[in-house]
Design a protein around this ligand. Structure first.
Ligand code: VGL
Ligand code: ZN
Length: 186
């Protein structure tokens, strides 16, 4: 089994003070950094996804979508949280880059699956935001595509606690394996 860490959408716009904030989204940064350290020690690849919308993306309210403008390509709001410590060779996955396509999953409309397969990776550990949107979609797609998927219970954060809880149950029901840092270290 070759594994990778996948950090979903830890961008400024999804953090408190951003345009589409996940409450306490920034609180998981230190834990994610601990996971990064652990996976680098294990010799595993680290991926970080970025929601990467064109300015006229359909998910924005002004274009009929549900969300305020967020994570516009090249803007400060689309940058990763400044305290997130990624290794030099971390790989970035850009998603939802086309104006007319919404994509919550890091696998949707990207080459992520083929990049993982090229590296021989068959097991991914997923953390980040938001639990009930992009984390969930990425986990479920990963499972559907045949990857073994672990959900980092102590390194995800949702927009609404109840929805996040339900999303965790749904991911577990689909085959995702919940895990925490102490379990991985133990
Ligand atoms: C996300 C809403 C809109 C997410 C992205 O990263 O969970 N949520 N775009
Ligand atoms: Zn988005």
């Amino acid at each position: 089994m070759k594994e990778a860490l996948v950090i979903v959408d830890m961008q400024r716009d999804f953090m408190p003070g951003g345009s589409l904030p996940v409450p306490d989204g920034d609180k998981i940064v230190p834990r994610l950094n601990e996971y990064v350290k652990l996976f680098v020690e294990r010799g595993a690849k680290v991926f970080a996804t970025k929601d990467w919308h064109p300015p006229n993306h359909k998910s924005f309210k002004e274009y009929g979508g549900p969300w305020p403008r967020h994570c516009v390509q090249g803007t400060e709001g689309a940058e990763l949280h400044p305290d997130l410590k990624l290794p030099e060779d971390a790989e970035i996955v850009l998603k939802a880059t086309k104006p007319d396509e919404e994509a919550y999953s890091a696998f949707q409309g990207t080459d992520f699956a083929s990049r993982l397969r090229e590296l021989g990776i068959d097991r991914i550990y997923v953390g980040g935001v938001a639990t009930e949107y992009c984390v969930k979609a990425t986990v479920l797609d990963g499972l559907r595509l045949g990857f073994e998927v672990y959900l980092l219970l102590d390194a995800v954060k949702g927009v609404r606690a109840e929805d996040a809880e339900r999303a965790v149950e749904e991911m577990k029901g689909a085959g995702a394996k919940p895990v925490t840092l102490s379990q991985l270290k133990g």
